[in-house]
Design a protein around this ligand. Structure first.
Ligand code: FNR
Length: 379
């Protein structure tokens, strides 16, 4: 709201408030390789593009004469009360977004400053313990890329639980990286550079696989990481995943209602609808168009998380209207990290929330329940 009222008073904000300008500024700020890594997607990037544009095919109808002088955007996740349904989606290699290489710590600080939870990636630059600590009082999620070495997977999960993460987000669609021409054309896979593998290099089970420690032979450590990355998970693995932790388990990448049913039958505590921002598979359907059927299948049994294509507060509200309990912001917060580190990231989150809040005020929806009841129409 401070940003909004400042704008109304003629004060120019430090960073842009809209997605297109933010994105352009961040792209200009980054080197071509960082830009290509963050912005790139699978194939001709059609799925990536329609993730965002498909929001325009959903519309909402306002209601009048409702008291919206105050709005309640609060949400809950596994007993944690959150100020809003917004969270930061897991972005591996976040460190390359900021000039100092500590994008994960900066995102965690932005979480602490705004109350918007951060989902830390296994492929973070900063160790998961430090990231959790930087989130302060705000609950954080930990995203798991499941190592093919079960001891390494178990060790990382145990560390996440010990560090106090509120839930484990298991990404299902990325045991191997998708066909990403921008990165393939340039040989640009920053995760192959050792500095982003903080969660592995400090891990006792990972270090036990090495003949020399990563500090002495980083190249061999990276090769060992690459050779053990990405276990192919099937439903049979759910019991094993469950045995690793008491944290709630959220499955990320569920797009089909039947998979949602199966996930809940297998004990999943949360369903995360996402097509990985179009980075993993091309030829798909916009994630927002997949959300209603999955939410209908889940039918309130477990929380539904959503990401892929969210660019604004309006998109956030549309995702809630279409069945999401929590909504993940992806690339846009990277732009904030690029332009202003933790403060820039917090600015982006605040802009999304301010737009969402204002939309609820204007459209006669004092609560998220009212947003859900209003729904969104395909137009
Ligand atoms: C991702 N995403 C991702 N997902 C995940 O589970 N673990 C990870 O480490 C990463 N890493 C990652 C890096 C980059 C640069 C991007 C852009 C994305 C996917 C992410 O969580 C989310 O699904 C997408 O970002 C959503 O798409 P949009 O809204 O960012 O386009």
């Amino acid at each position: 709201n401070a940003i909004y009222f400042a704008g109304l008073s003629g004060i120019v904000p430090e960073w842009p408030v809209d997605h297109a300008t933010l994105r352009a500024r961040a792209e200009a700020h980054w080197s071509p390789s960082v830009r290509d890594y963050v912005q790139g997607g699978c194939g001709d990037e059609r799925t990536q593009d329609i993730n965002a544009t498909a929001f325009a095919h959903w519309g909402m109808v306002p209601r009048m004469m409702v008291d919206t002088a105050t709005r309640d955007l609060s949400a809950t996740l596994f007993g944690h009360r959150l100020p809003s349904p917004l969270f930061m989606a897991p972005i591996g290699v976040n460190g390359i977004c900021t000039d100092d290489g500590h994008g994960d710590l900066a995102a965690a600080q932005a979480s602490s400053a705004t109350g918007v939870p951060f989902c830390a990636s296994t492929l973070a630059n900063d160790p998961l313990e430090a990231v959790r600590a930087a989130c302060g009082e705000i609950p954080a999620l930990f995203q798991l890329y499941t190592s093919r070495n079960p001891d390494v997977a178990a060790s990382i999960v145990a560390r996440a639980e010990a560090a106090g993460y509120a839930a484990l987000v298991v990404t299902l669609d990325t045991w191997v990286t998708g066909w990403r021409p921008r990165d393939l054309n340039t040989g640009n896979f920053p995760q192959l550079r050792g500095h982003v593998l903080a969660n592995y290099f400090g891990d006792p089970a990972f270090r036990a696989l090495l003949t020399r420690p990563p500090e002495e032979d980083p190249q061999a450590a990276v090769a060992t990481w690459a050779a053990t990355f990405g276990r192919v998970l099937t439903w049979d693995d759910m019991a094993w995943l469950r045995s690793l932790t008491r944290m709630p388990i959220i499955l990320k990448g569920i797009c089909h209602p039947d998979d949602a049913h199966r996930a809940i039958d297998c004990g999943a505590d949360g369903i995360y609808v996402s097509n990985h921002g179009g980075r993993q598979a091309n030829g798909g359907i916009a994630a927002i168009d997949l959300l209603p059927a999955v939410a209908e299948a889940v039918a309130g049994r477990v929380p539904v998380l959503f990401d892929s294509g969210v660019r604004s507060g309006t998109d956030l509200i549309k995702a809630v209207a279409l069945g999401a309990d929590l909504v993940g912001l992806g690339r846009p917060y990277c732009y904030g990290l690029a332009l202003g580190g933790a403060a820039g990231c917090a600015h982006v989150l605040k802009c999304v929330l301010a737009e969402a809040d204002l939309l609820m005020a204007v459209n006669g929806w004092p609560t998220l329940a009212a947003v859900r009841a209003a729904g969104a129409r395909r137009v």
